[in-house]
Design a protein around this ligand. Structure first.
Ligand code: AMP
Length: 286
């Protein structure tokens, strides 16, 4: 396993692989890896000949008062995990390689970027799309793997790929959870023990939604209210949003009469956590 830090290094490697006719899988990450990330790596290993993982804490997707500076980083540990998975190449660029002085170009996916997390994190998805498009251009993967954990990100990247006629195939993968249901996230390391317990309210509210749906409840507002009531019983939790939206355009729905996303963002202490379930073709995916 090699670590490439420059665009030239990775370009050379990828060019060789392309010449050999290898199919290339790509997993973009911000590092501090957990089983969620590794599930994407394993899927890539299964489906392609060569797997590239990028580790880049992307400054342009963090707001001015967000956690860019303190975001957890541990390259040595990440390297070890990726070596064990049989990853072929890590792309680990310094910020100046991705955003040299005088950098000016950004990608926006209008409207979709302003919904859900976009409301409390203005500019976040512009930063995500910009870095992901750059990484796609650098790595030139055949397939790229993203977790449903970040559902709005999946939908926005799919739209960007469609609108900009990119040839990469985007493959969304299930959310990996701890045994008690908490969705894995690098940000879970911020949680103190009592906050870690309080954070289970997110998963519990989704379980409640799933149960209501199973019992035949199709009224979005009723489901949303019940979820809010449940989360508000947890004193350490403060809801940012709980929304039920159309899975394609992310607009609010009144009835669950199509494919929908039930998404939420909740502050537990100072840590903002997200989670979701999808209701697709009459089946709950969580
Ligand atoms: P991040 O390092 O947080 O930018 O995440 C990199 C990729 O891993 C993204 O596609 C995330 O959606 C995905 N991911 C993060 N957490 C999970 C999880 N618990 N289950 C599945 N995928 C995840």
């Amino acid at each position: 396993m090699e670590i490439a830090k420059t665009i030239e290094e990775i370009g050379q490697k990828v060019a060789d692989w392309k010449k050999s006719g290898f199919k290339i899988g790509f997993v973009p990450t911000m590092g501090y890896l957990h089983e969620g990330h590794l599930s994407l790596v394993r899927e890539s290993k299964k489906r392609t000949d060569r797997t590239v993982v990028s580790i880049f804490v992307n400054p342009t997707q963090f707001g001015p008062n967000e956690d860019y500076q303190i975001y957890p980083r541990d390259l040595e540990r990440d390297q070890k995990l990726l070596l064990e998975e049989g990853v072929d190449l890590i792309f680990y660029p310094p910020v100046e390689v991705m955003y040299p002085e005088g950098y000016k170009t950004y990608v926006e996916v209008k409207e979709l970027q302003d919904q859900l997390c976009g409301r409390s994190r203005p500019g976040h998805f512009r930063g995500v799309c910009t870095v992901v498009l750059k990484l796609f251009n650098i790595v030139q993967p055949d397939e790229a793997y993203f977790g449903w954990k970040d559902a709005q990100q999946v939908i926005i990247i799919q739209k960007m790929v469609e609108d900009l006629n990119l040839s990469v195939k985007v493959i969304p993968r299930p959310i990996i959870r701890d045994p008690d249901g908490l969705a894995l996230s690098s940000r879970n390391t911020y949680l103190r023990p009592e906050e870690r317990k309080a954070a289970l309210a997110l998963n519990r509210s989704l379980d409640l939604a799933a149960e209501l749906i199973r019992k035949g409840e199709l009224n979005a507002e009723i489901i949303r209210r019940r979820m809010l009531e449940l989360i508000e019983q947890e004193p350490l939790a403060r809801v940012d949003y709980v929304e039920i939206v159309d899975l394609k355009n992310l607009e609010k729905v009144e009835k669950l009469d199509r494919d929908v996303l039930i998404a939420l963002a909740v502050y537990v202490g100072r840590t903002r956590l997200i989670d979701n379930l999808r209701f697709i073709s009459g089946e709950v995916e969580k």
